[in-house]
Design a protein around this ligand. Structure first.
Ligand code: CO
Ligand code: CO
Length: 327
C-alpha cells in the first residue's frame, strides 16, 4: 500500500541486467515481467494490508481482488497465488482467518487462479494479502506509461472507496453505503481487462493507492503528452462529495496531493474537495485505459453491457503538457 517506502529504500540500487528481465522495480509498472520465450512472459505482483472492512469474508474477497488487479492491469492472465498472513492467534479465533481465506478462495476461483500455499506469522494486527503470478504475451501486454495522442480515457469503476472506508472507520457509513463500496471492491478487473484487449488500447493501469489523478500522472509523466480530465463526467460513489466536504478524507489523499499536485495545471483553481476525491486512494479500484477515439464508445458500451460501471472522463493530448482538470 505504500510503494513509496520501497522506492525510497531501493533508491539508487540496481541489479544485473538479466537478459530475460523485462520489467522490475525501476519501472513504475503494475507488476514485474520476466520473459520465458518470445511470446510468453511471467508476470508477478504482491499486495497485502490490514482489514478495511469489518466482515472477514468480505475482507478476504477485497484483498484477493486487489492483488489480482495488477495482473489484469498488465493485460495478463493470473494462474497461481500465494497468501501472506499476519494474524493475532493468541487473541482472535482462527475462525476469523478461515473466513478471510474463504473470501479470498472464492475470488481466486472466479479468477481461475490456484492457491498454492503461503506463509503466516503470529502478529499483533491482522494483515492479509496475496502474491499472484500470471502469464502474458509480452507483445500484447498493457503498459501504464505509453499513452497515445488523442486516446480517450476510460475508467472501469466509480471513485471514492478510500473516502467511504474513512467514513466507515468513523462509524458514519450507512449499511447501504458500505455495501455499495464492497460491491465495487469485490468486483474483479478480469472482464474489464478481457474487453480492453479486444480494442485498440495504448496504455492501462489500475487505480489504487495514488488515487485516480496520481495514477494518471504516472501514465503521462515520462511521455510527451498530457491529459484533460472532466470531473463532471466521472462516476463518484454516492455521498462521497458530502463526506469530503466534512473533512472525512484519508491521509493518503493528502499525501497524494502533496506529492503530485505539481502535475496538475490549474490545481489551485479546483475546489479542494474535488481534488481530494480525484486523489482518493482506492482499494481494488478499476482500470484506467487509453483507447483509440473511434473505438471508445464501443468499448464503453461493451463494458456497460457486461455489468461494469465504466465511464469516459477525458483524453490524452499533446495540447497540454501536464494534467488539466475541468471541474
Ligand atoms: Co497497480
Ligand atoms: Co500495491
Amino acid at each position: 500500500m505504500s510503494p513509496e517506502l520501497l522506492d525510497r529504500a531501493l533508491s539508487g540500487m540496481v541489479q544485473p541486467k538479466y537478459p530475460n528481465l523485462l520489467i522490475d522495480y525501476l519501472q513504475a509498472e503494475d507488476a514485474g515481467v520476466f520473459l520465458i520465450n518470445d511470446d510468453l512472459a511471467l508476470v508477478q505482483t504482491l499486495d497485502f494490508f490490514p482489514p478495511i472492512v469489518d466482515d472477514p469474508y468480505n475482507f478476504g474477497q477485497i484483498a484477493a481482488c486487489n492483488a489480482l488487479s495488477d495482473i489484469y492491469a498488465m493485460g495478463a492472465i493470473p494462474k497461481t497465488a500465494m497468501s501472506i498472513v499476519c494474524f493475532p492467534d493468541d487473541t482472535l479465533d482462527i475462525g476469523i482467518l478461515r473466513e478471510i481465506m474463504n473470501g479470498a478462495l472464492d475470488k481466486l476461483m472466479e479468477a481461475e487462479t490456484a492457491l498454492l500455499g503461503g506463509h503466516s506469522i503470529s502478529d499483533s494486527e491482522i494483515k492479509f494479502g496475496l502474491s499472484i503470478s500470471g502469464f502474458v504475451n509480452p507483445n500484447k501486454m498493457i503498459k501504464n506509461n505509453t499513452p497515445r495522442d488523442g486516446d480517450i480515457i476510460i475508467v472501469t469503476k466509480p471513485i471514492g472507496t478510500g473516502i467511504i472506508n474513512t467514513v466507515l472507520k468513523a462509524d458514519m457509513a450507512s449499511p447501504e453505503l458500505i455495501n455499495i463500496a464492497i460491491k465495487y471492491m469485490t468486483q474483479l478487473n478480469k472482464t474489464a481487462s478481457e474487453i480492453a484487449l479486444k480494442y485498440d488500447i495504448s496504455c492501462g493501469t489500475d487505480v489504487t493507492g495514488f488515487g485516480f489523478l496520481g495514477h494518471l500522472v504516472e501514465m503521462i509523466q515520462n511521455s510527451e503528452l498530457g491529459a484533460v480530465v472532466e470531473y463532471d463526467k466521472m462516476i463518484i460513489l454516492p455521498e462521497v462529495l458530502e463526506f469530503t466536504k466534512m473533512g472525512l478524507v484519508p491521509a493518503g489523499a493528502y499525501n497524494n496531493k502533496n506529492y503530485r499536485s505539481c502535475y496538475i495545471n490549474n490545481f489551485a483553481n479546483i475546489p479542494a474537495e474535488k481534488m481530494d476525491i480525484l486523489f482518493d486512494p482506492q482499494t481494488s479500484g478499476g482500470l484506467i485505459l487509453g483507447v483509440a477515439p473511434n473505438q471508445a464508445e464501443a468499448m464503453l458500451q461493451e463494458m456497460k453491457s457486461s455489468g461494469i460501471d465504466a465511464f469516459i472522463c477525458g483524453q490524452f493530448t499533446k495540447d497540454v503538457s501536464r494534467i488539466e482538470v475541468i471541474a
